[in-house]
Design a protein around this ligand. Structure first.
Ligand code: LRH
Ligand code: MN
Length: 406
């Protein structure tokens, strides 16, 4: 009887000097927050396809998220978007989450869907509209207190469509003073995550257009302000893992919105179009977590991993499960990097040996490792099969069509 795939893998990694027990511990500790809006109908400007069985309210969104956590054991919290997840009683929502083994995560203000925000929100030249935008964000800080959340995750659609439409420097000044008022309202344990995006819905300039603009605002605000990297928000050819390394070294990387894209902000399943990029992002995070600088090490330990996707054509819950499995897979591969071999090759400037020491980890099949970890976690070794074999997908069809969409 041949040795099991895992026993073979164990021997293989022992020969490489990889501590698999530590690797397994780190995989078990990886928690990824799922977005409430990933369970609802969503689409493009061309069409929002309605699917049968989509959750009709935030309570049902949590029930669907609980299914993803049940089969993966890796996503115990759910990000909320306000007003998409507005409820009368946030304590009731918190209790419902608790009854499902979940917690409520990052609170995302929505400063892009009110008509008044046609020329921007926190950057708008109209003071009354800026006030409305700041007040909505302050309301979200209150909601975070009620839900027990510690993260305010802020993305702005703010920008212009034509040269001259507004003064870019004055918009920057308005943005800083608006953010300073919001920052002052944070409780000491809270963090403000500033998300950037290079375009859309603005098509000439975007006020928070790249990592540098978000980083600069976070620096000016203080230690509780950090940058959120949405992997779909960069111009083609951008080295996202370099931005990650840079922000970690500056102790200003607060979190991720994981998804993948081939063209623009496609919000596709993370790891589906460029898994090597996701692997290299984890390589930089693991490298920073070995930093001698305690601040850099701590920043790496405090990263908020979140999914931000819109499942236009995919069945929502299986798509979310697939996302978690893809993130776990690339994280597990990155944990197999022999960092001492990388360092030795770098010191002797052996380019190919250094590249190989990183890439070879990506080429290992980590399926036996992940199955072993899931066994030890007491979750199904094949989470997707476990969900598809459950009757949950059938039961929620009773919800009918026309559930929540964004
Ligand atoms: C903007 C964005 C932002 C969210 C929205 C759902 O593109 O990434 O994080 O508010 O998607
Ligand atoms: Mn995002």
């Amino acid at each position: 009887m041949g040795i099991s795939a895992y026993t073979f893998f164990e021997q293989q990694q022992a020969d490489r000097g990889i501590d698999l027990e530590q690797v397994k511990q780190q995989i078990k500790a990886l928690k990824i927050e799922t977005p409430s809006w990933g369970y609802g109908d969503s689409g493009t400007r061309f069409k929002v396809f309605q699917q049968v069985g989509v959750p009709r309210n935030p309570f049902e969104k949590l029930e669907d998220a609980a299914q993803v956590h049940r089969v993966t054991g890796a996503c115990p919290s759910v990000a909320l978007h306000i007003p998409w997840d507005k409820v009368e009683d946030y304590d009731q929502l918190r209790r419902h989450a608790d009854s499902l083994g979940l917690t409520l995560g990052a609170i995302n203000p929505n400063l892009f869907q009110e008509d008044v925000y046609i020329f921007g929100s926190l950057c708008n030249s109209n003071e009354t509209i800026r006030r409305q935008a700041v007040n909505h964000t302050l309301e979200c800080v209150d909601i975070a207190r009620a839900t027990g959340s510690s993260l305010i995750s802020l993305w702005l659609a703010d920008g212009t469509n034509y040269p001259g439409q507004d003064n870019i420097r004055e918009r920057k000044h308005r943005l800083l003073s608006s953010l300073q008022e919001i920052y002052q309202a944070l409780d000491p344990h809270m963090r403000l995550l500033i998300e950037y995006k290079f375009f859309e819905p603005a098509f000439y300039h975007t006020d928070l257009g790249d990592w540098g603009m978000a980083y600069n605002m976070a620096l000016k605000l203080g230690n509780q302000a950090q940058v959120l990297v949405d992997t779909g928000h960069h111009a083609q050819g951008t080295n996202v893992e370099q931005i990650v390394a840079y922000l970690l070294d500056e102790q200003k990387l607060g979190g991720f919105h994981f998804n993948s894209r081939k063209y623009a902000d496609d919000d596709l399943i993370v790891g589906s179009t460029n898994p090597y990029e996701l692997f290299l992002i984890f390589y930089q995070i693991l490298d920073a977590s070995q930093a001698t600088d305690a601040g850099v090490h701590q920043t790496a330990a405090n990263i908020a991993y979140m999914i931000d996707q819109s499942h236009c054509i995919e069945p929502k819950i299986p798509a979310m499960i697939r996302s978690i499995l893809n993130v776990q897979t690339q994280f597990a591969k990155a944990l197999l990097i022999d960092f001492s071999a990388v360092k030795r090759a770098q010191e002797r400037q052996d380019v190919l040996a250094a590249e190989n020491a990183v890439r070879e980890a990506f080429e290992f099949d980590v399926t036996p490792l992940l199955r072993a970890v899931r066994e030890e976690m007491g979750v199904p070794v094949d989470p997707m099969r476990a969900y598809l074999q459950s009757d949950y997908g059938q039961r929620i069809l009773a919800r009918g069509k026309g559930g929540a969409s964004w």
